[in-house]
Design a protein around this ligand. Structure first.
Ligand code: ADP
Ligand code: MG
Length: 656
């Protein structure tokens, strides 16, 4: 029959300076199922090295190691992790319990890697069997050495191993605790579990059925005291767990890891908060800036869309022309200029003169208000799409006759007439009676002010009867659809320069000629530039946040080297370790992202409340920031997580 363990000429050396020191110098031995073997020998003789080879924690340089007839040299990393988890249970001199987990959680830990679920049932049964039923929720630091070692033995048993490997399990214990542990191991052996025990205590060695002494890397003596016991058919100590292995995973493999990640993060609250800070501030800034930017863009767009894109406005510029001051007559625009523009230039569809008066008093009965008065020609209504829905706009005849009629905005109507229909009523404008003939369509508020707080009068009435102006303030020109705006602008300029006899050599522009499309383009260009800037700032903030996470994770990996080694010894694969640390990093990122989003939304509200800016929370921005922050956590967690995953179990367990 194939023995449980067969070693043939196992050699193992370690580098020491430039050369290698051979520690195992050709070990051959066989161990059968059910044996209780003690390995003894002086300190430094290679016992632990041999044990690590047996436990698949380390690989020999040469020789053959067959475990249950399978050559272990050919096992992949995954397979040896699986073999550790299914076949082997480790007990260490230093107990190697995870300090933040309770006794119960420590015992259940190997199940995370075998069943993919932290099933506490078998762990509780085992702790009862080792006599710790009243210590289930104690942390390792709240247990005595003997109790900790019993927890460690329960942990070694939870996956129902065939072999227990114990490296000086009683080395740190007093004699009473030693005897208890020894009795426990003997009981396990009687139930059929093969026990291999390293000790230099002759008393402990004497209780074994077989004692192998190692001297200077070789087997010096191997004597069996008695035949290995026939395994009893009924396992008492280790409950019948074997059927569990065929069970499908109860919950996803990551659920427990996420829970443990939270555990770890909660255990270091200050560190966790500090490590989320970078991502948190980055995300909050992005959310707030997006909200402000979007709000500003929306209100500008709303205003611009109400202005036609094929309109050009012309105003006189306050400049000196040819040494003449700006008071010179020919720098004032006139109604004739507007007429000439409409008649001479074929690209022009229509042109209207506009005069504007701010803060004009209007009154009706006891009520009065200040408003903005526009004197315009009837064509203005179509040009700006402000044909009244109630009543009508004024006509050419009324304009020619300087009729005192007005079309009024909604705010003016509310201020003077309340809910009454204003059409047909005669109000006072600067003490002159003006008849209301129509109501302007609602335009809404903007950052330029309330656009419903205005009234329109016929141009001639406004110029000569209300304001007493000879000149117009601006001329609005509508260009035929599809015409070249730049060409139209230069034609306009030439015409006006001719009419006003301004020398073409004049370098300073005499008129300010604006084109709405240009303004729109300039604004959308500005908002694009702003957007790019925002993304740049956000990226920098998140990268800085990510570096913070990476930093913390690297510290965490270094600090938890022993934990990583232990997890590997009880069956975690490198992949399991990688996932564990990635989840921790991502959790920090997500946490920072979530708090950052809340903070950003609060900042946006505060700004719109106190600064009066329009803000608008961007939902895609919020979702993007959330995903991006968890991604940052993951991305910057990869390197530390890989470092953790690559740790050699033995070196990690030694913890230096
Ligand atoms: P023991 O019989 O006391 O358990 P070990 O097997 O732990 O002895 O170690 C045997 C020798 O191998 C010691 O001299 C130790 O310094 C050396 N050794 C063990 N592990 C390493 C290693 N990873 N690198 C270098 N030397 C090692
Ligand atoms: Mg040792």
């Amino acid at each position: 029959m194939e023995p449980l363990i067969r070693l043939v000429d196992i050699k193992k050396s370690f580098p020491l300076g430039d050369e290698r020191v051979e520690i195992l110098k050709g070990i051959s031995l066989e161990i059968s199922a059910g044996e209780f073997v003690a390995i003894t020998g002086p300190s430094g003789s290679g016992k632990s090295t041999l044990m690590n080879v047996l436990g698949l924690l380390d690989r020999p340089d040469s020789g053959s190691y067959c475990l249950e007839g399978v050559e272990t040299a050919q096992m992949k990393e995954q397979e040896s992790a699986e073999a550790r988890r299914r076949e082997l249970g480790f007990v260490f001199q230093q107990f190697q319990l995870l300090p933040r987990l309770s006794a119960l959680e420590n015992v259940a830990l190997p199940l995370l890697y075998s069943l993919r679920t932290p099933d506490l049932g078998p762990a509780r049964e085992l702790l009862v069997k080792v006599g710790l039923e009243d210590r289930l929720d104690h942390r390792p630091s709240q247990l005595s050495g003997g109790q900790q070692q019993r927890v460690a033995i329960a942990r070694a048993l939870v996956n129902r191993p065939r072999i227990i490997l114990a490296d000086e399990p009683t080395g740190n214990l007093d004699s009473k605790s030693s005897n208890e542990i020894l009795a426990l191991l003997k009981a396990l052996n009687r139930e059929g579990i093969t026990v291999i025990l390293i000790t230099h205590d002759p008393n402990v060695a004497n209780s074994a059925n077989r004692v192998i002494s190692v001297m200077d890397g070789r087997i010096a003596n191997d004597k069996s005291r008695e035949a290995p016991p026939i395994p009893s058919s009924e396992p008492v100590l280790a409950p019948a767990l074997s059927s569990r292995f065929s069970m499908a995973p109860v919950s996803g493999p990551y659920f427990e890891l996420i829970r443990q990640a939270f555990h770890t993060l909660v255990a270091h609250p200050l560190r966790t908060v500090l490590s989320t800070l970078g991502v948190l501030i980055g995300v909050a800034a992005v959310i707030a800036m997006l909200a402000i930017g979007k709000g500003a863009r929306e209100s500008i767009e709303a205003q611009l869309s109400s202005l036609g894109s094929n309109l050009i406005s012309v105003r006189p510029a306050a400049v000196r022309v040819g040494g003449v001051t700006t008071e010179s007559d020919w720098l004032k625009l006139t109604r004739e200029d507007a007429r000439a523009i409409a008649e001479v230039l074929p690209m022009v569809k229509s042109a209207t003169s506009v005069v504007v008066g701010n803060g004009q008093r209007v009154a009706w009965q006891e009520k009065n208000a200040a408003t903005q008065v526009y004197g315009v020609t009837p064509g203005y209504a179509r040009m700006h799409a402000v044909e009244p829905l109630i009543g009508r706009y004024f006509t050419e005849d009324e304009n020619r006759d300087r009729a005192l009629v007005a079309v009024i905005g909604l705010t003016v109507s509310r201020n003077l007439f309340g809910s009454e229909n204003p059409v047909g009523k005669t109000m006072k404008l600067n003490r002159m009676p003006v008849r209301v003939i129509g109501l302007l369509p609602e335009k809404g508020a903007s950052s330029f002010g309330d656009r419903d707080d205005q009234i329109h009068l016929p141009l001639n009435a406004a110029m000569f009867r209300v304001f007493g102006k000879q000149w117009v303030d601006l001329i609005e020109v509508e260009i035929v659809k599809g015409a070249d705006m730049a060409e139209a602008q230069s034609q306009l300029r030439n015409l006006l320069y001719d009419r006003h006899e301004i020398p073409k050599s004049q370098t300073e522009e005499a008129f300010r000629i604006f084109n709405m499309a240009d303004i729109q383009n300039a604004l959308s260009q500005t908002s694009k530039t702003l957007g790019t800037l925002l993304i740049a700032i956000a990226s920098i903030a998140l990268v800085v946040g990510g570096i913070g996470i990476m930093n913390i994770m690297l510290v965490s990996v270094t600090e938890r080297t022993r934990e990583i080694g232990l997890r590997k010894a009880i069956g975690a694969t490198s992949h399991d370790i990688l996932i564990q640390f990635l989840i921790e990093a991502a959790t920090i990122g997500v946490l920072g992202g979530m708090i950052g989003i809340c903070l950003g939304v609060i900042i946006s509200f505060v700004i719109s409340e106190f600064a009066g800016w329009v803000t608008s929370i961007s939902i895609p921005g919020v979702l993007g920031a959330f995903w991006f922050s968890s991604l940052v956590g993951m991305a910057f967690g990869i390197w530390p997580a890989r470092r953790a995953a690559r740790l050699h179990p033995i070196e990690a367990l030694r913890g230096d």
